[in-house]
Design a binder for this molecule. Structure first.
Ligand code: OFO
Length: 169
């Protein structure tokens, strides 16, 4: 049986992961409209990753005999100034999610749920990777500045990203 406070904290985090997917889908749409298919592909992989993150927690709560309560998913922003502006927002968002996962882990520690702590270690490591990936693209965008050729080269590179379903355990 799951501790009720922890169960609720997991449900809030599931909602944040679903919001992340929704936010990145909105960003994917922006890049599609800009004809930057590589950037759109990068966002599409991100959408799938976020859905996998949400489902990892969803399955975990159910496996533990808990109840999943689904909440409203907030409308994401859909107006951005540039690719650089989008990736600044992505980094900001991922840093927020990292601190949210850390808070969830603190709840698991407080209620001494060792299985949840173990699962959340995977998410903590995943956030390190997420932030590093985003920082990498952001760094490249800063270098590209207003050079359209550099932007198109980066677009080609981002087109090669593929989704690999994560094994969350
Ligand atoms: Fe789920 O890692 Fe991004 O938000």
């Amino acid at each position: 049986m799951m501790n009720e406070r922890l169960e609720n904290a997991f449900c809030v985090q599931i909602n944040k992961e679903l919001y992340s997917a929704y936010l990145y889908l909105s960003m994917q749409t922006y890049f599609k409209e800009m004809n930057l298919e590589g950037f759109a592909n990068w966002m599409n992989v991100q959408v799938q990753e976020e859905l996998a993150h949400a489902m990892g927690m969803y399955n975990y709560v159910l496996e533990r005999g808990g109840k999943v309560t689904l909440m409203n998913v907030e409308k994401p922003d859909d107006i951005w100034e540039s690719a650089l502006n989008v990736f600044e927002k992505v980094l900001e968002h991922e840093q927020y999610v990292t601190s949210s996962i850390n808070d969830l882990t603190s709840v698991a520690e407080e209620v001494k749920d060792r299985a949840a702590i173990s699962l959340l270690q995977w998410y903590i490591k995943e956030q390190v990777e997420e932030e590093a990936n985003v920082s990498n693209v952001l760094g490249n965008l800063k270098l590209a500045q207003n050079d359209p050729r550099a932007l198109l080269l980066l677009d080609r590179e981002l087109a090669t990203r593929t989704f690999v379903a994560p094994v969350i355990a």
